[in-house]
Every structure is written in C-alpha cells, then in structure tokens.
Ligand binder design. Structure first.
Ligand code: NPW
Ligand code: K
Length: 500
C-alpha cells in the first residue's frame, strides 16, 4: 500500500530525510527536479516551446531547477517568476542564482494579460505546491487564469497551483493536463471533484527516508498491485471446491435477469467453490442456460424475490443486483437480514431498500460490504458539500454499521469500520457502463466466500475488478467495453496478479 500523507507529515518527512540521510535541502530539491525531468523528457519533444511559471517558495525553486535541467536538454525555456506577497525560500534563492544570465527570466508583479502565455506549447506550473495555505488571490489568481486560458499543454509540479493537497479548495486553481507529484499521491487527487485540476497524475520517487515513511502513521492508503498480490492466497494442490466456500446470490427480477447473470458469472470467475442463485421463476431457464455452473433456487413468485430459503449453509450472501423494490421483496430482504449473521455483500436495489427502510440498517451483520455508487450513497447518507465531507460520511457509516463501505467511481474508496480509507488504483473510464457494478458484487461475494476477511475482500475485489477492465481496455480499447468483458477477463487479471 502506498501511504497517503498530509502536507504536515510530508514536511516532517522531508526534514527527517535531510537530517537522517543526510542530504542538503537544495540537493533534495535537485532530486525532485530530476525526477520531474525524467518523466518529462521521454514524453515531450525538445523542439516544444516551454514556459515555466514559478512562485518564490520551494515549488517555485523546483520550477527554476527544472528550467535549468531542461535547458541542458536543449529545450527552449522561458522562466516567469511571480512576485506577490510571498517571500523567497533559501532553496529558491540558490536555484535563482544558478540560472542568472543563463535563461530568459521575466518577473510578474502586478498586471497580467490573459493572453500572456499564448506563445508556448508547454506550460510548467510551479507557482504553489504543498505549501499553499489559503485560496490564491491578486496577481497569483491572475497568473493562474492566464495559465488556464493558454492553449498549451499544462504540467503541474507536485500539486496543481491553487489546489489544497488535503483540504477542500476554493479560488483560482490551475487545470493541469498532467500532474507530476513527489513520492506520494495527495489525498485531493483521489477525489472525483479534483480531476479537472490534476488531469492524469503520476507519482515520482524522490527517495524520502524509508524509515521516516514507516514511522508516519496514516489512515489513508493507495492500493498497489504489490499489496494486493501479498494478500492473495494461491490455490494449493490439495484444495477442493469446499475450500472456496459456498455463496448465495439473491438477484434478478422480471426484466432484470441480466444483472443476476453478470453477478453470477463474476462470482464464479472470481473463484468461488459453489454458487447457488436465488431467482424468481421467470429467471429459471435464463440462469440455467447462461450460467450452467450455478445451482438455481427458485422463488415462489414468478417475477420477484419474496421469500428466502434455508440460509444456513452459505458462507456469504450477495444481494441486490436487479432485485427490484416491491413490497414483498422488502419484507424478504428484512428476513434475510434477521436470519443471516455472516457477512452480506449489499448492492443496488438492496441499498435503495435500506435508504427507504432505515430501520433495517441496524440489522446488517458486522463485516458486511456495501457497494453504493455516489447516487446510492447520497440516498443513504444525504448530500455533501464536497468530496472531503463525502469521505467523512463514508467513514461514519462504516463505523456505525461496523461494515465496509465501498463508494464506486474512479479511484473507488473502501472505508473500514476502524477509519481507514483505501483508494483503488486500477480501472478506467470504459467501466462507466451498465452492469460493471453487478460484476463487482459477484467478485466481492466470491472473495468473502473464499474466506478472505471483508477488508481484504474489498481491497482485492476493487483492484481485481479494475485490473480486469484494464486488461480488456489494453486488448480491445475502452470505448466498446461491456460488463461481460470484465467478467471474461477476470481469470487473466488473476493470472497477472498471482505472477510472482
Ligand atoms: N518533501 C517534498 O516532497 C519536497 C518538496 N519540494 C517542493 O516544495 C514544495 C513545497 O514548498 P513550500 O513549503 O515552500 O511551499 P510552496 O507550495 O512553494 O508555497 C510557497 C509559499 O507561499 C505561501 N503561500 C501559501 N498560500 C499562499 C497564497 N494563497 N497566496 C500567497 N502565498 C501563499 C506560503 O507561505 P505563507 O505565506 O503561508 O507563510 C508558502 O510557504 C512542494 O510542493 C515541492 O514542490 C521539493 O523541492 C523537495 C522535496
Ligand atoms: K505547482
């Protein structure tokens, strides 16, 4: 897992590295500049006209160092230094000194034309980084407006200027195409509302102290493939279908059997030992034909779920996809909640039932997994002012239900009852299509059946689901991706994950 540290912790770790390694602060800055340039040079042609917009703090110091290195690479570089209310840091001064007479430097202190940066192909934004402490105004705001007005491809150093790394932001903010951030993703980057500022972001290593990093405590993590690989259990030669559990899926109703088929196939592809699917009569032929590996348990009703059978033999129940919200279904869901004391995976219509029948919430067994998309989450917890508040609500719900809450989306977030948040790193925009949520329900149900604890199942589940979609995109592109493809590629995703 990659730890996500807040700006105060990053500063402390910065100092710790300087003292412990030891390394001079200016040399650490040089390392950051090189890391940026290593990302930059293979991607950007050396004929491109480059403008570098610097503040006077250490982010600006980085900008000046980057300017010097890019000039050495042969790029035509112009440096802008914005002189507003901020004072100059020591490392800024050193890097300023190093480019005197070597590079074209333009100072900006008051008037800024909106068309200021029109001549450039590339703008590098080094105005503010993690030291931003309040919304930008005055000359800084005007410069940011000019950056955003320019046609150039904009690349931010560490953080898009004007964006608070771990708090809600207001005021003028750079809208970058790419953000190259040092050592850790910043919390703000993982929230959907900030994508328009960060663009695609990448983390580059600047060698901050590993010991210091181990000692930094955080509740926020970014899921890495290595971490997922570490919690996956390989299948042994002596395993049999009983080893991998028996899951029950309660899903589908008249006209919505597709959701049930997708969840069922995903449960099987994610490795469950045995799967029983509870379906209304109208779904019998469909499920037996589409998913011959599953056993069918047929409801008394022709069209909907009205009565749970004997639940005692299952390790886990996945419930919700295509279920509908008819009165008898609500009652039957309440019975499931009353009778079953092992974890449930709760999705889609089952979540909507919980939003309207709030008295059912306290019946949810501990360590269940709820998988709302943002709209379903809003129905559960009410509106939020910004994504930071949404995260707080997510943590609160996880704690109060003693369950895992996964809010789906780009960088799906997994909240645990203990207050941790794990952000997913796999997946792509092709997944924004009907049925991918049903697939996730199946994957999670399958993993819980295979006796992963619910937090592990949630982490592996979101990652595996996204990875599978990434493999689809790699082979066939994103545009025509459908949920069935994500199911079909699950075995390959596993294979990739289990590779030593
Ligand atoms: N460990 C690492 O990761 C490494 C980090 N490095 C780099 O250092 C960067 C952080 O540098 P930094 O701390 O000097 O802050 P930076 O963002 O340049 O801001 C400058 C100053 O502006 C001020 N200020 C704040 N808000 C303002 C506003 N709205 N309007 C006007 N002024 C405002 C504020 O001072 P204040 O006024 O609050 O006293 C602040 O001190 C980091 O992003 C990375 O690029 C690497 O070099 C090496 C390793
Ligand atoms: K910046």
């Amino acid at each position: 897992m990659l730890k996500i540290l807040d700006t105060k912790q990053i500063k402390t770790l910065d100092q710790f590295t300087i003292e412990k390694e030891p390394i001079a602060s200016i040399d650490l800055m040089e390392r950051a500049c090189r890391a940026f340039v290593n990302w930059f040079t293979p991607r950007i042609d050396a004929t491109k006209k480059i403008g570098i917009v610097c503040g006077t703090g250490n982010n600006g110091g980085d900008g000046l160092g980057i300017a010097r290195l890019l000039k050495d690479w042969g790029y035509p570089v112009t440096v802008y230094i914005v002189k507003g209310t901020g004072s100059e840091t020591e490392d800024f001064k050193v890097n300023h000194e190093r480019i005197q007479g070597e590079l074209k430097i333009i100072e900006i202190s008051n008037e800024v034309e909106l068309a200021l940066f029109e001549e450039f192909d590339i703008l590098i934004d080094a105005l503010f980084g993690s030291g931003l402490s309040r919304p930008v105004e005055g000359v800084y705001a005007k410069v940011i407006a000019a950056v955003n007005n320019a046609e150039a491809l904009t690349i931010s150093v560490d953080v898009p200027s004007g964006l608070m790394a771990d708090k809600p932001s207001t005021g003028e903010i750079v809208k970058a195409d790419f953000t190259i951030t040092f050592q850790f993703p910043k919390l703000a980057f993982l929230l959907p509302e900030n994508y328009k500022y960060t663009g695609e972001w990448s983390v580059v290593d600047i060698g901050l102290s590993k010991q210091g990093l181990r000692e930094s405590a955080t509740n926020n993590f970014y899921i890495t493939q290595k971490a997922v690989r570490r919690i996956l259990k390989p299948r042994s030669k002596f395993s049999h279908k009983g080893t991998f559990g028996h899951a029950l899926l309660i899903a589908g109703s008249y006209g919505k059997m597709g959701a049930c088929v997708l969840s069922s196939r995903a449960t099987l592809r994610a490795g469950v030992g045995l799967l029983t699917v509870h379906i209304p009569k109208c779904g019998y032929q469909i499920i037996q034909t589409a998913v011959p590996e599953a056993m069918a348990l047929v409801d008394d009703s022709e069209e909907i779920f009205t009565r749970p059978g004997d639940l005692s033999k299952y390790n886990v129940i996945g419930i919700g996809p295509g279920l509908g919200k008819e009165e008898p279904t609500i009652k039957a869901f309440a019975k499931v909640l009353e009778q079953f004391r092992k974890p449930l995976v709760i999705d889609a219509d089952a979540l909507n039932i919980l939003s309207s029948q709030r008295e059912l919430l306290h019946l949810i067994p501990e360590n269940s997994i709820l998988t709302p998309h943002p709209k379903e989450f809003e129905r559960l917890v009410g509106e939020w002012k910004n994504d930071f508040e949404r995260l707080e609500k997510q943590k609160q719900l996880a704690a109060s239900l003693k369950s895992i809450i996964i809010v789906k989306g780009a960088n799906s977030s997994v909240a645990t009852p203990e207050g941790q948040i794990y952000f997913n790193s796999s997946g792509n925009p092709g997944m924004a299509t009907g049925g991918t949520g049903d697939v996730l329900t199946g994957v999670l149900t399958s993993l819980v059946a295979q006796s992963y604890n619910s937090v592990e199942a949630a982490i592996i589940g979101v990652y595996l689901h996204g990875l599978s979609a990434d493999l689809v995109a790699q082979e066939r592109g994103m545009s025509g991706l459908i949920a069935s493809d994500v199911v079909d590629f699950l075995p390959l995703a596993y294979k990739k994950l289990l590779r030593a």
